[in-house]
Ligand binder design. Structure first.
Ligand SMILES: NC(=O)c1ccc[n+]([C@@H]2O[C@H](COP(=O)([O-])OP(=O)(O)OC[C@H]3O[C@@H](n4cnc5c(N)ncnc54)[C@H](OP(=O)(O)O)[C@@H]3O)[C@@H](O)[C@H]2O)c1
Length: 314
């Protein structure tokens, strides 16, 4: 089982991370044998980076696929995340993840969301434990040697500005929704200046908008590749990690085969979000229609979006 030939990025602690990983959110909680089969096939296709979370309720299946592959643990890069319900019990939740994954260490542990919940009730940004206190508990985990690197997810500039002055370890990555409709240019520049590498989740926009888009189609035809390869190559060429999810072997293989896009092609994709009604989230986080995402408003999250996920033009 050979590893795919894809570039790695170096994080701010000197560790390396493969630029493409397999996303393990199955579109719903759990996934059982589907997750096991997906990860086992991915390993055979050359994937060596997996992105799961305690909140996906499938860590045990990801871990079992990794163990059953027989590959040395050090050849695999494994990310999991601290769930929103666990901000007040970081050490215990981390140990539960380790146990479910069945590994002796985790490469990257992320604070999944800035907002925590206790007994099903969301905490306001000021309530204990704040994301600063939670992240500080995650920093302590580094001393155990059971986690190599820590980072955050779904953090805006506003919340990073609050967090960073209190960090003794700068997050290595910030994992956010990122694709041509939401290139996150401002956040990306901010993170770059702070030494934080961005990870793009839903880099294919969950296979909705882009699969019908004539701009992406044009670039794909020109480069004799798939639309997904255009999206992933664009993302990696702009220096971001991508974690596309696929259960299909053919799509897995093409997703891990990057093409080199010209400067012009990249510029065309860079401009896509400037077209009418194209600068937006492609997820349905606020499907309750009240503009909240897991209990926090866009303002509390620091996301410059309107209800529905559209980014207003200045
Ligand atoms: N930190 C967070 O809060 C957060 C939030 C969301 C997601 N994530 C992470 O990011 C990962 C990826 O995001 P995502 O799963 O939301 O969306 P995504 O990777 O953008 O899209 C996945 C969808 O695209 C399809 N697909 C995959 N390859 C394709 C191809 N080559 N051509 C056409 N369709 C293709 C998949 O179907 P098939 O399986 O049938 O191929 C699936 O329906 C997640 O799995 C998770 O690990 C993190």
């Amino acid at each position: 089982m050979a590893a795919a030939d894809i570039p790695s990025f170096t994080l701010n602690d000197g560790t390396k991370i493969p630029s493409i990983g397999m996303g393990c959110w199955m579109g719903g909680l759990g996934g059982g044998e589907r997750v096991y089969d997906m990860c086992s096939t991915a390993l055979k296709c050359g994937y060596r980076h997996f992105d799961t979370a305690s909140g996906y309720a499938n860590e045990e299946h990801v871990g079992r696929a990794i163990r059953d592959s027989g590959l040395p643990r050090e050849e695999i890069y494994l990310t999991t995340k601290l769930g929103n319900n666990d901000h007040h019990r970081v050490k215990e939740a981390f140990e539960e993840s380790l146990k479910k994954l069945g590994v002796s260490y985790i490469d990257l542990y992320l604070l999944h969301w800035p907002q925590g919940f206790i007994n099903g009730k969301v905490l306001s940004p000021e309530e204990h434990p704040t994301f600063i206190e939670t992240y500080q508990e995650m920093e302590k985990l580094l001393q155990t040697g059971q986690v190599k690197t820590i980072g955050v997810s779904n953090f805006s500039i506003k919340n990073l500005e609050l967090l960073l002055p209190h960090c003794s370890v700068i997050p290595a990555t910030n994992q956010v929704e990122m694709h041509p409709c939401l290139p996150q240019n401002e956040l990306k520049a901010y993170c770059q200046a702070k030494g934080i590498l961005m990870t793009a989740y839903s880099p294919l926009g969950r296979s909705t908008t882009f699969m019908e888009d004539i701009t992406i189609e044009g670039v794909a035809e020109k480069n004799k590749c798939t639309k997904a390869q255009v999206l992933l190559s664009w993302a990696v060429q702009r220096g971001t990690i991508v974690i596309p999810k696929s259960e299909d072997k053919g799509r897995m293989l093409s997703n891990i085969t990057l093409v080199t896009l010209s400067k012009l092609d990249r510029a065309i994709i860079d401009e896509l979000h400037e077209m009418p009604n194209m600068h937006k989230s492609l997820l349905v986080f606020d499907d309750k229609g009240d503009g909240t995402v897991f209990g926090w408003t866009y303002e509390q999250l620091g996301w410059k979006m309107e209800v529905g996920g559209r980014v207003p033009t200045d």
